[in-house]
Design a protein around this ligand. Structure first.
Ligand code: UTP
Length: 299
């Protein structure tokens, strides 16, 4: 019997960005703590990592953003109060995050870019950890499970595996876009070989309709590549540049095309869609919200 490979032991969640698109809310509240219905985005991402089989979540934070990691610490006073009042459902909700997965904070002193943020985790890895997963907390990729498919692809083909979504041509220039080719012996047509990546191309220059979707399974070789790329777009050390360097040097990189939903929690418009989408599926808020929306849309 073949066992489904689990994702690497360490899942990395870069959360040290400035969150400028969400100002003024992010002046004091990290965007990763903004609730999607009632659950912070960071908890949804932690759930995904835990379900994939990761054993610890390294959250890259900036000085002063401690609240993100604090969400995963038990609050015995609050739990005691809820217990005394017989609020079992609330208690279950409060206990969920601390019990999901072991969480560690890794501080990125300055926001020098996503590549730099990922590199901050290297000193915390054990010698036998040959890969990491990276989950961008801005991206909700539903239903959960693409990381497991990505782990299968790495087990079969080695190297690094990324996640893509298919985006219509008129919206492609907002994304990092993959230059891909078909894998002749692939049993899954949604697995493609990556030859390169272009950040935010003009629609007519886009090499495909496949855009990066915030999930990465990266071979440990990525750290060496990050060290060797200089500053890229925006004067930041870009993860995309490190991946491009690895591809140029012959490191195998594949994508798995995710055929479900992807929400962008990093800007208010995408965040609202995610909240409405998830609320509509809930028994407690869904029916009332649907009725209100239908009425509101006829106004
Ligand atoms: P973004 O640049 O999209 O997000 O980084 P941001 O900086 O948080 O938000 P805006 O653009 O100012 O609104 C993508 C991901 O990389 C992390 C961010 O936290 C986000 O999850 N990141 C980015 C870091 O952890 N460190 C960095 O230096 C840059």
């Amino acid at each position: 019997m073949t066992q489904t490979p689990s994702i690497p032991r360490t899942a990395v969640v870069p959360a040290a960005g400035l969150g400028t698109r969400f100002l003024p809310a992010t002046k004091t509240v990290p965007k990763e703590l903004l609730p999607v219905v009632d659950t912070p985005g960071i908890e949804l991402v932690a759930e995904e990592a835990a379900e994939g089989g990761a054993e610890r979540l390294c959250i890259i934070t900036s000085p002063g953003k401690d609240g993100v990691v604090a969400h995963f610490v038990e609050d015995l006073v609050l739990e005691g109060t809820l217990e005394k009042r017989g609020k079992q459902a609330m208690l279950d909700k409060v206990r969920r995050a601390p019990n999901l997965i072991k969480v560690e904070a890794v501080v990125q002193d300055k926001p020098l870019g996503l590549g730099h943020a990922v590199a901050c985790v290297e000193p915390y890895l054990d010698d036998d950890e040959d890969a990491i997963s990276v989950l961008l907390p801005d991206d909700l990729v539903l239903p959960i499970g693409v990381l497991t498919t990505m782990a299968k692809v790495r087990a079969k083909r080695g190297g690094s595996v990324l996640c893509a979504i298919e985006v219509p041509k008129d919206r492609i220039s907002a994304y990092g876009v993959f230059d891909v080719e078909v894998v002749p012996d692939a049993t899954n047509p949604d697995v493609l070989k990556v030859n390169g990546m272009v950040e935010k191309p003009k629609a007519e220059d886009a090499p495909s309709n496949y855009a990066a979707a915030g999930r990465y399974l990266l071979d440990r070789a990525v750290f060496d590549a990050i060290r060797r790329v200089g500053k890229g777009a925006g004067g930041e050390i870009q993860l995309t540049d490190a991946i491009a360097l690895m591809i140029a040097e012959g490191h195998p990189v594949h994508v798995v095309v995710h055929r479900g939903t992807r929400h962008d929690l990093g800007n208010p418009g995408g965040y609202l869609k995610a909240a409405v989408d998830l609320a509509l599926d809930r028994d407690d808020y869904g029916p009332d919200l649907r009725a209100w929306l239908e009425k509101r849309l006829t106004r």
